[in-house]
Every structure is written in structure tokens, then in C-alpha cells.
Write a protein that binds this ligand. Structure first.
Ligand code: TXA
Ligand code: MG
Length: 339
């Protein structure tokens, strides 16, 4: 199968929706990362998603809708806080874990009785979901374990030959996946995955927001994760990545002293000019939005540096920075050296 990459004209969106109607998959742009779309009511189509990505069967998918009213097609017993969150942050990069409707096949939720729901903001995603006429499952459209795709060409690199069509909606606005929250009661949320909807933003709607310990620390094999995705290997370049927690001068001294290995560096814009090792950059030091947008692209690019280990600068973990740090920690297999 040759994968077609289509510009998102009205006709092409209709054509892509036709593939979904016959049980096929489609690469879809969103404001976070590209998703791999399937009809959420079609068990066979959803199973194809797991196969195309090489995704572990125990990792559930997010169901995407195009209007708030569609929430009741996928979830039941919806708490009042969900509607307050939807009003504040939908359409946008927020995913809520709700009680699953029996209409959603078990393979979508990996056997759990909850379902993840999100209403994306990207116009192409919304027009496409509307044209499909059904809720759409969409995990990030990368091979499982690799950094998520923030442009259509990366989806093509990973999934060419495995899916019939990709809608090319340009580079994603945020570059990190949606914030995922669990609703404990009408005032209390647990943050399972940080994203562009930050803890401070969530606190404007819910009085209590707890950051799950899986956000910043490793969940061991024998421990239960509130979000199965926390346990899986993620965002991993082939190159070994280590985060150095220190200022730039200590970073430079450490990296340049590693003469017994081929060392590279992932640094903030401009710092590459001050280092003698091969570098990739991931945005300006004081611009977390630029860092978020570039992170996955930079993680993929560092495999072209042809080095053994890439040492990364440590981003600020405030606001959207928590999402950047969370992804980078996983890319580094939680290896952080404090200097
Ligand atoms: O921004 C996004 O959310 C992107 C775009 C395409 O919308 N999608 C995305 O999907 O990141 P995926 O499959 O790569 O990540 C979904 C995450 C996983 O960590 C999964 O374990 C978690 O959501 N998840 C899904 N259903 C869940 C559930 N019922 N309970 C807890 N976690 C769940
Ligand atoms: Mg993913």
C-alpha cells in the first residue's frame, strides 16, 4: 500500500472520511501532535491502529469528538466538573478520563471501564471528525516507542505502506500531546499527563489538582499505573539520552570532558555555537512554547548526530515546561545527572 499525503481541502477531507467509513485508518493533524484516526465504534478498525503502530494491547486510546454534545455518545455518568472543564478548555489540548459507554468497544479502552475523551481545536481535525460522522480514536501517529509526530512527513516516515492516507495540516501548534486528567470528584482532578493545559489553568476550574507521581518518576513493572501509557517505553531516540541538571558552564565542562565516548548535546538555541560536540537545539531557553514545539523533532534529529550519548539541557518545568520535562525524562529513561 502506498500512503497518500493529501492537503486538507474540503474534497480531500471528505475522501479521507470515506476511508474511515470503510474501516481504514487516516493520519490526522491536531493542535498537539498528529493522530492515527479510526472509527471508535468499529472494533476491527481500532485493532488495525494497534497493529500499524506496534502498540501494546494494554495501552488504551483517546476518543476524539467534534462537539461537546457528543461526549454522551462515548461516556456515561458524566460528572459536572467535566462540563466545567469542557467549557473552559474545549476545543483544545485536554483529555478527560470518564466512565465508558457500552457503545465503545473494549479494545479502545484496553479492557478498562473508563474512556479517555478529547475535543481537538485544530480546524482540520474537527472538520474531519464531523465528516466521519462518528467519534474517532487517535493515538499519536508514530511507531510505538518513538517520539510523537508533529508534522505529516514524520507520520509518513513511520507509517508509509501501513495506512492509506494522511491529511497534511502543517506543523502542530503545541508539539506535545494533550493534558490528561482523571476526575476524582467535583472539585478534585489528578493530572496523569501534563500538556499545554497547565496545572495553574486547571486550578481555575477545579479547587484541587494532584500531579500523579507517574508524571515525574518511573513506575516499576510490579506497580499499577493510573494511566497505562506511563509504563511504556516512550519518545525514545535510538541514541542514549541523559539529562544534565546544571547551569550551562557546568554542562559544557562535563560534555567536553567525555573524551572516551562520542558525546553530543541537545541544547537551547545559541548554545550550540559555544560547544565543540555535535548538537541539536530545541528552542530558546526562555521560550517554553518553542521548546514544546521542537522537542519531538529534535529527539528524532539527534539520531542523525552519529554519537553514542546525547546530553540534554534541563528545561524549566513550570507551566507547559512540565510537559516538556515529562517527555524528556521518558526519552532519557529517567537518567538525570545533577552536577
Ligand atoms: O494530544 C493527544 O492526546 C494526541 C492527539 C492525537 O490527540 N493523542 C495521544 O494519544 O497522545 P496516545 O494514544 O499517544 O496517548 C494516550 C494516553 C496514553 O498514555 C494512555 O495510556 C492514556 O492516554 N489513556 C487512554 N485511555 C485511558 C484511560 N481510560 N485511563 C487512563 N489513561 C488513559
Ligand atoms: Mg503516543
Amino acid at each position: 500500500m502506498e500512503t497518500k499525503v493529501l492537503l486538507p481541502t474540503e474534497d480531500n477531507i471528505k475522501l479521507a472520511a470515506e476511508y474511515i467509513r470503510v474501516g481504514e485508518l487516516c493520519g490526522m493533524p491536531t493542535e498537539t501532535v498528529y493522530g492515527l484516526a479510526a472509527n471508535a465504534f468499529d472494533q476491527v478498525a481500532v485493532e488495525k491502529t494497534f497493529e500499524a503502530k506496534g502498540r501494546p494491547q494494554d495501552n488504551p486510546l483517546i476518543v476524539h469528538i467534534s462537539e461537546i454534545s457528543e461526549i454522551s455518545d462515548v461516556a456515561v455518568d458524566i460528572p459536572q466538573l467535566s462540563y466545567r472543564l469542557a467549557k473552559a478548555f474545549w476545543p483544545g489540548p485536554l483529555t478527560m478520563i470518564l466512565k465508558k459507554s457500552p457503545k465503545i468497544p473494549m479494545c479502545v479502552t484496553a479492557g478498562m471501564d473508563t474512556v479517555a475523551v478529547r475535543m481537538p481545536k485544530h480546524k482540520v481535525a474537527r472538520d474531519f471528525i464531523k465528516a466521519c460522522g462518528v467519534p474517532i480514536t487517535a493515538p499519536s501517529a508514530n511507531l510505538s516507542g518513538k517520539p510523537s509526530p508533529t508534522s505529516a512527513d514524520v507520520v509518513y516516515d513511520d507509517l508509509n505502506g501501513k495506512i492509506p492516507v494522511i491529511l497534511d495540516g502543517g506543523v502542530c501548534e503545541y508539539g506535545v500531546e494533550s493534558t490528561v486528567v482523571l476526575i476524582n470528584d467535583n472539585n478534585h482532578l489528578t493530572l496523569l499527563r501534563p500538556g499545554a493545559i497547565t496545572v495553574d489553568m486547571l486550578k481555575t476550574v477545579a479547587a484541587n489538582v494532584t500531579v500523579d507521581r507517574g508524571v515525574l518518576s518511573e513506575i516499576k513493572d510490579n506497580e499499577r499505573a493510573l494511566s497505562p501509557g506511563m509504563k511504556h517505553k516512550h519518545y525514545s531516540p535510538n541514541t542514549h539520552v541523559v539529562i544534565l541538571d546544571c547551569d550551562f558552564n557546568s554542562f559544557k565542562a562535563y560534555v567536553e570532558s567525555r573524551t572516551n565516548e562520542r558525546a553530543g548535546a541537545m541544547v537551547f538555541d545559541g548554545e550550540e555555537e559555544l560547544l565543540s560536540v555535535p548538537c541539536v537545539t530545541f528552542g530558546a531557553k526562555d521560550d517554553p512554547y518553542a521548546q514544546a514545539k521542537l522537542l519531538f523533532h529534535s529527539l528524532r534529529t539527534l539520531d542523525t548526530l552519529n554519537v553514542d550519548t546525547v546530553y540534554s539541557r534541563n528545561p524549566d518545568s513550570e507551566g507547559i515546561g512540565l510537559a516538556i520535562y515529562n517527555r524528556l525524562l521518558r526519552a532519557a529513561g529517567f537518567e538525570v545527572i545533577k552536577l
